[in-house]
Design a protein around this ligand. Structure first.
Ligand code: DQA
Length: 180
């Protein structure tokens, strides 16, 4: 167990330094100028990435970040990293309802992936964490290993910690045959 992992607030059951890719889709580059009640106080996308890398370090895992406003770039990142990642965390953002190619690429990595959002994308209009133009039926949710949303940047902490523990678990996502 690494110092970072043993210092975390939740006990890990493995010393593996899992590699988890965090993908941020279109529009997240506008972080800091978006609806405050949904996106909170994180000022820039770089700040969000640094925050997630730090959270990962505290839990003893590596977070590799990637973002793009262009779906093709996201596809290429997924294709190129599939062999080296243990799992993906994906905020599809502007691709949430129409990112079929991204969804296919993720499914075909045969690795677990967690869908993540600042907002609760299914929330009714008027809910404080609803997306301004929602609610939305995500294309990704029916195929995701899990979902974390509605908790601003805290959604990311939840996703990183729970995915780490699930990957540690040899009877669950840590099993060699476990892809989802
Ligand atoms: O860009 C985004 C961000 C988002 O995925 C979120 O993190 O809450 C929610 C999506 O509806 C929206 O298009």
């Amino acid at each position: 167990m690494t110092d970072a992992a043993s210092a975390s607030v939740y006990p890990r059951t493995s010393s593996k330094r899992h590699r988890i890719a965090l993908i941020e889709g279109p529009n997240t580059s506008n972080m800091g100028k978006r609806t405050k009640s949904v996106y909170g106080e994180i000022g820039t996308l770089d700040e969000l990435k640094a925050f997630c890398v730090e959270v990962g370090a505290r839990f003893g895992v590596e977070i590799v970040t990637f973002s793009s406003n262009h779906e093709g770039d996201i596809l290429e990142f997924v294709h190129e990293t599939a062999d080296e990642m243990d799992a993906y965390i994906v905020n599809p953002a502007g691709l949430t309802v129409n990112g079929m190619a991204t969804l296919h690429a993720l499914v075909e990595t045969y690795k677990p992936f967690v869908e993540i959002h600042f907002a609760n994308v299914t929330a009714a209009p008027g809910h404080p964490r609803a997306v301004p133009v929602g609610p939305w039926d995500s294309l990704f949710t029916p195929y995701a290993t899990g979902v974390s949303m509605g908790l601003r940047e805290h959604s990311y902490v939840g996703a990183i910690l729970s995915l780490t523990l699930a990957l540690d678990d040899e009877g669950f996502l840590g099993a060699k045959a476990a892809h989802s």
